[in-house]
Design a protein around this ligand. Structure first.
Ligand code: BGC
Length: 759
């Protein structure tokens, strides 16, 4: 069934790789990453490996404020850039064969190497046959998962079979605090290990991050599993500074095998007081070491089956597309489970260090709809609450930049509400992020039907954002309109431009939207309104001021055509299409100097078109077509967030071939490593964009005037598409096939308008 498509095999449920190639190790470490929402890790080998590797194991919400490093300091820059931390290693299992370490990089021969991630069960497997330098041959099979029910538990089963020669085996299964981040500004030590614990039942390291003082306990316990899956608890301890191991020995003859099971992971001080660390680890070990690996794996598969029940998308007639969407859904579920409003979704999730593990506008602009529709309103509310809880910091952030009276500027990049980014053109200028945060509140309300969030919390965020826009604009006497000067739009290949259309448009919308909600609360709930006016210190006429600004907001337009311009002066550029750039010079951000990029007309990612996507119902088909035809040919899609938006818009324009090719680009970005950078980690937030491109692109889901529309259009070779959405308290199941659309829902009050017909 499977055929080769890059080196990852095509299969509807499995991600697999065959053959050992040291050059692929780092990429596969990203692709086969595991996570359970609370912690996550790259698919590093358990046993010793001396070849090139990128070690990474991360704990949700645990970071180090690495002191900013810039060439030229600018006032207003943040002091630090939060870094997600490579945490102590708990998976390490060094296998010694007659005293010699197993190391695939140095072994004589490796045969039948295979990695397989079974997305249905959540189990990751690696197997191979290895010939040691001594000529002894072993068959190894390792399975691993991070428990979905126990946030702090990971499980590994390491099976060894001797194929040739009698062997004396020693398994040194360890926890190791001697870890580093690849990305570190000043080579500071990020961790301080304060205590270790070593008994025959538990090895553990209690560590504290420097400066940020997060505490974690990295623990493990390893035992033999006999042929009936029963634990045989017999080990010796090896301890050295910050590295503790359980040693298990055995003798095997040709044909014999043995199995080691390791339980371990991190107990996070954010959820468990450090005084309980040891007790919690012992409790986990006691509870789980009596169950066989297969029993634990079975429980894990049950948890995944619950997730798939709600989140699966089925595509018939295209296995590559099917595999890709499942992979994206799988990774999104590994990254964030919404149980904790303190956590968020970093662009690389738990799969790498890039972007510091911090929160970007990606969450609101791309990720929220996925969690909202597949996990329900509470989980989505937690994503909104994350920003609500950081409102005070956003106000402080705006104050640092000279804004007043409760104006809030949310950071471009953050862990705890404080800005971390330190490039002036982004930190100070990419202010459109504020708009996405307001948009998410609107998107949440219209999708979930939860009308309480705004009066309870959302309104405070909206007011802070509206105040920011009201102070950020200035009235231009020349234009007789309000303008927004010196910004960077979503297209980061233009900096310090005036009147970026997208920014001005979303600012205008934010003001109008906030105003409408203020008036609604005033009218429907005068007591709440009164309390708000006091809490938020409303000044007389503030609402009128917003109204005036929104009405007179300047939106740059082509002088002769019905076309919005990306920014003032855009037409001065030489508007050559992207296909005039020699292939060898792509991506331009790796080949061109920055000034050349800035002077070029090339667009990194959807900018004006991002606005057409968000506000699809504000523009007609003709306007969308005109803008798509003008801007897409200038777009280099050098952000992973770009193809998904273009897939949706192309589908809205009935350009199904183009929509499909954008879809493949977004959905198989990591599996096929389109950008030749997957070794740095996966593009987690753009995976949510992939989901959008199926649901909103091919499924044609849109909310217009408070009504849910479905306008499905499938790529020609898809015979069917099935998905489910949790819309306003009801599961809506949709099946689109050549014979038509079937909609099932269990609440007759929820209306769906499909191809013009109301259900
Ligand atoms: C994009 C941003 C995005 C960030 C993190 C950048 O390349 O231009 O829009 O927020 O990556 O995904």
């Amino acid at each position: 069934m499977s055929k080769t498509h890059s080196y990852i095999k095509i299969d509807p449920w499995k991600i697999s790789e065959e053959g050992f190639d040291p050059k692929r190790v780092k990429s596969s470490e990203s692709i086969f990453s595991l996570g359970n929402g609370a912690m996550g890790q790259r698919a590093n080998f358990e046993e010793r490996y001396s070849g090139p590797t990128f070690q990474g194991s991360y704990v949700g919400g645990v970071y180090y404020p690495d002191k900013t490093k810039v060439g030229w300091w600018k006032n207003g820059y943040p002091e630090y850039f939060a870094k997600v931390l490579n945490a102590p290693n708990w998976i390490g299992m060094d296998l010694f064969v007659d005293g010699n370490p197993l190391d695939l990089f140095k072994s004589k021969k490796v045969k039948h190497f295979r990695r397989e991630l079974d997305m249905q069960t959540g189990i990751y497997l690696r197997s191979f046959e290895v010939e040691m330098q001594s000529g002894k041959v072993l068959d190894i099979q390792i399975k691993r998962f991070l428990s979905l029910t126990e946030a702090s538990l990971g499980v590994i089963q390491f099976n060894v079979k001797v194929l040739q020669g009698n062997c004396s085996l020693s398994m040194e299964s360890f926890v190791d605090g001697d870890v580093r981040n690849q990305d570190s500004n000043w080579d500071d030590p990020f961790w301080n290990h304060i205590e270790t614990e070593a008994t025959d039942k538990l090895i553990g390291i209690h560590s504290k991050t420097n400066k940020s003082n997060f505490e974690i306990f990295t623990y493990a316990y390893t035992y033999f599993e006999d042929s009936k899956g029963k634990a045989v608890k017999d080990n010796t301890l090896i301890t050295s500074k910050n590295r503790l191991a359980h040693l298990l020995d055995c003798q095997l003859k040709t044909g014999e095998s043995c199995s080691f099971v390791k339980l371990g992971g991190y107990i996070n001080g954010r959820h468990h007081p450090s005084i309980t660390f040891k007790a919690k680890a012992i409790q986990l070990i006691n509870n789980y070491s009596d169950k066989s690996f297969d029993t634990l794996a079975h429980q894990q598969a049950l948890e995944w089956s619950k997730i798939w029940e709600d989140a699966d998308i089925q595509i018939e007639g295209d296995v590559a597309a099917q595999q890709a969407i499942r992979y994206n859904i799988y990774q999104l579920n590994q990254t964030y489970n919404g149980k904790n409003a303190e956590l968020n979704i970093g662009p690389k999730g738990f799969t790498g260090e890039k972007y510091g593990g911090s929160t970007y506008w990606d969450t609101e602009a791309y990720c929220l709809p996925f969690y909202m529709a597949t996990k329900g309103p509470e989980i989505a509310r937690n994503l909104l609450k994350y920003r609500y809880n950081q409102l005070e910091k956003a106000i402080e952030n705006a104050e640092k930049l000279g804004f007043k009276r409760g104006a809030a500027l949310y950071p471009m990049v953050t862990m705890n509400g404080e800005e971390c980014h330190n490039e002036w053109e982004i930190t100070f200028e990419e202010i459109h992020r504020n708009g996405a945060i307001a948009y998410a509140i609107y998107n949440y309300e219209r999708f979930t039907g939860d009308t309480q969030y705004i009066p309870e919390m959302g309104i405070e965020v909206l007011v802070g954002i509206a105040r920011f826009w009201a102070q950020r604009v200035n009235f231009s006497n020349a234009k007789k309109a309000y303008v927004i000067l010196g910004v960077t739009g979503p297209n980061e290949y233009e900096n310090n431009v005036n009147n970026n259309w997208y920014t001005n448009y979303i600012a205008k919308w934010c003001l109008e939207y906030t105003l409408s909600h203020c008036l609604k609360i005033q009218h429907e709930n005068p007591t709440v309104w009164k309390a708000l006016t006091v809490k938020l210190n409303f000044v007389i006429d503030e609402l009128n001021e917003w109204k005036e600004i929104a009405k007179a907001m300047y939106l740059p337009k082509h002088p002769e055509q019905e076309l919005f311009l990306q920014q003032d002066g855009f037409l001065d550029k030489t508007l050559d299409n992207v296909n005039q750039i020699p292939v060898k010079q792509r991506p331009i951000n790796q080949h061109w100097s920055w000034d050349r990029i800035l002077r070029s007309p090339y667009i990194k990612q959807a900018d004006v078109l991002q606005g057409f996507y968000f506000f699809g119902d504000h523009f007609n088909h003709q306007a969308l077509e005109t803008h798509f035809d003008f801007y897409e040919p200038l777009t280099v899609h050098e952000s992973s967030l770009s193809p998904c938006i273009h897939a949706i818009l192309a589908a809205r324009l009935n350009r199904m071939n183009q929509a499909y090719s954008f879809y493949l680009q977004t959905s198989r970005l990591d599996l096929d490593d389109y950008n030749k950078e997957v070794e740095e980690g996966l593009h987690i937030t753009s995976m949510a964009g992939t989901w959008l491109s199926v649901i909103e692109g091919f499924g044609g889901v849109q909310i217009i005037d408070n009504k849910l529309y479905l306008n499905p259009k499938l790529p020609n070779h898809w015979s069917a598409l099935k998905f489910k959405l949790f819309f306003r308290g009801t599961w809506i199941q949709v099946k689109v096939s050549k014979s038509g659309v079937e909609i099932n829902k269990n609440n007759p009050d929820v209306k769906v308008i499909c191809q013009g017909k109301t259900y």
